[in-house]
Design a protein around this ligand. Sequence first.
Ligand code: SAM
Length: 243
Amino acid sequence: ADFGFTKVDKAKKADMVADVFHSVAAKYDVMNDLMSLGIHRFWKRYTIDCSGVRSGQKVLDLAGGTGDLAAKFSKMVGPSGEVVLADINHSMLNVGKEKLLNKGIVGNVHYVQANAEKLPFPNHHFDLITIAFGLRNVTDKSKALASMFRVLKPGGRLLVLEFSKPSTEALSKVYDAYSFYLLPKIGKLVANDAESYRYLAESIRMHPDQDSLEQMMKDVGFEQTSYHNLTGGIVALHRGYKF
Ligand code: SAM
């Protein structure tokens, strides 16, 4: 499927992304578990383990959606720290806020509706920024990475968890079959929304591969960049520092 934005129709892509996440917000967590067979929990756990977050630190969970990472960070930074759960989509942000409140997570988490391309935070503010399964939805990824760089403190780090390029041809084939045929069917069956899950498959295919994303991070100023493949490169965790 080609939703039109592959030909650099930026306004169209932003609208499409907004529609997708308004539409999936209520069922987002259930669908995540179902579609990844629960493996997204392991990918997120790995990200948390790599975060090195300490008590008192300031963390931005960007495109944080329903708040899986923010919930964990809230405990790690403690009462003297700060977690900002930011997302462009108020439906996703509301589901996230409600979920965290229901878990009794209050006090050090703030909810901000924001576009990753122009973050409404001061320069040199955060110790850590995470963006999990968010960057591929952003229209201008370089602009977003530069915006993240700006709001990080010197010594701060960025972790990008995102779908990437499977490292073998065989895995690539299985994965393509899964995402282009099975995924929209599951989306139709469970959420009555094949279109949104077709977008998901398309956005994954269009996303830069491991080395391209690492280069984009370097281009906006990140240093000591690296990435780690998870589940055979279906997902990769990229890391970069601002010095
Ligand atoms: N981080 C969460 C997780 O891992 O479960 C949510 C990921 S969800 C697949 C992608 C999120 O990115 C959505 O909540 C969407 O609203 C958000 N998003 C898309 N474009 C964005 C942008 N330009 N700025 C901020 N958030 C954006």
